[in-house]
Design a protein around this ligand. Structure first.
Ligand SMILES: *Cc1c(COP(=O)(O)O)cnc(C)c1O
Length: 357
């Protein structure tokens, strides 16, 4: 028996999304695929308010995270880290053989525009990586304010991971002017894992062409050349692209403003519920995520035990990630979840908490 997923990725996938994946297979060099590809990439451009191309990568998000530094770091990269994913990105950059420095903020704190300005003012960098929504800590960094700072440094490629925020909060790329904005679909998009999407600026596409050793699988030029024919460099995960097509239509049907408001409402209710149970909130005030909330565990609650009790009831819950595992817990409120799903979880946990203390 499967468990209902209350973990922040992969998230619970709706029945209708699973069914959308069962459409008959087509060949990716057939006309039918080009029609699908064009509809999906147009939908993503509209979601992100951009005229930049949006590419579909058959990989998890880290594939595109690695690909982005390989395509865009020619001199030296500044990686900004305030949690597990953003810090890992520094490691990934180094493992690609690139020059890079890590600028860290404490876990639970955001990356600030001041930090970014100070690093870029050294003139040492031609690229930065930023994780908008740190899924390990539940912190959302102030992307709009950081983007304003980065605009002062036109020679710097602005690479942004919006893996757990894209489609849940407004991302206006025309105004943010990111060079790469990427996401995996197993978080806020509410799809099974295996597909990543990424928008790349004209400036970044031109720069990538001059970068040596950028490999093949994530070569931006390959993506661009194929996208001009509504295609991908290699065989894509067509079933997942059917599901994304379905999910984008659902989003437009719900209305983006309504979708963003639903996420905000669930976030506020989750923060309130966590505090009503006597737990603290881990993320700094003013920077709390709209897609997941991280609670601070107290001395009397055994999170491993709580997780086990929830599993017996058919639910998967989270007991923290990385170095804050079992000190914190994360409650996701994204993708297709509604307040009914949140209340289902709160009721379950209110029943189980006394047994885990
Ligand atoms: C989940 C996640 C990743 C990793 O994504 P994969 O698809 O597992 O490669 C990276 N960044 C953030 C912010 C995430 O939430």
């Amino acid at each position: 028996m499967g468990k209902k997923l209350y973990i922040p990725g992969p998230v619970e996938v709706s029945r209708d999304v699973m069914e959308a994946m069962c459409a008959p297979m087509i060949g990716h060099r057939m006309k039918e695929y080009a029609v699908l590809h064009q509809r999906v990439t147009r939908g993503l451009k509209s979601l992100l308010n951009t005229t930049d191309p949006v590419f579909l990568s058959t990989s998890s998000a880290f594939g595109v995270m690695e690909g982005s530094v390989r395509n865009l770091v020619q001199k030296r990269c500044a990686n900004f880290g305030n949690g597990a994913f953003s810090t890992k990105w520094h490691d990934v950059t180094l493992r690609c053989g690139l020059e890079a420095d890590l600028y860290s903020a404490e876990w639970g704190q955001p990356i600030t525009p001041e930090m970014v300005d100070k690093a870029l003012a050294t003139g040492r960098y031609d690229a930065i990586t930023l994780v908008h929504n740190e899924t390990s800590t539940g912190v959302m960094s102030p992307l709009e304010d950081i983007a304003e700072v980065v605009k002062k440094y036109p020679e710097v490629s602005f690479i942004v991971d919006t893996v757990s925020s894209m489609s849940a909060v407004p991302l206006d790329l025309a105004s943010l002017q990111t060079d790469v904005c990427l996401a995996g679909v197993q978080k806020a998009f509410g799809l099974p894992p295996g597909l990543a999407v990424f928008a790349v600026s004209r400036k970044a596409l031109d720069k990538a062409k001059t970068t040596p050793n950028r490999g093949y699988y994530f070569d931006f030029e390959e993506f661009e050349q194929n996208d001009l024919k509504d295609n991908t460099p290699s065989t894509p995960c067509i079933s997942l692209i059917y599901a994304l097509d379905h999910q984008l239509a659902k989003m437009m049907n719900e209305g983006l403003e309504a979708r963003y408001a639903r996420h905000r409402t669930m976030a506020e209710a989750t923060r309130e519920w966590i505090q009503s149970q006597g737990f603290g909130l881990f993320a700094a005030e003013g920077y709390r995520s709209m897609t997941l909330t991280t609670g601070l565990c107290d001395d009397r609650t055994d999170l491993e035990k709580l997780k086990k009790l929830a599993a017996e009831k058919g639910y998967a819950i989270d007991n923290g990630y990385g170095k804050i595992k079992n000190k914190t817990f994360r409650i996701p409120h994204m993708a297709d979840f509604t307040m009914a799903d949140m209340n289902e979880l709160f009721t379950l946990l209110e029943e189980l908490l006394p047994k885990a203390r």
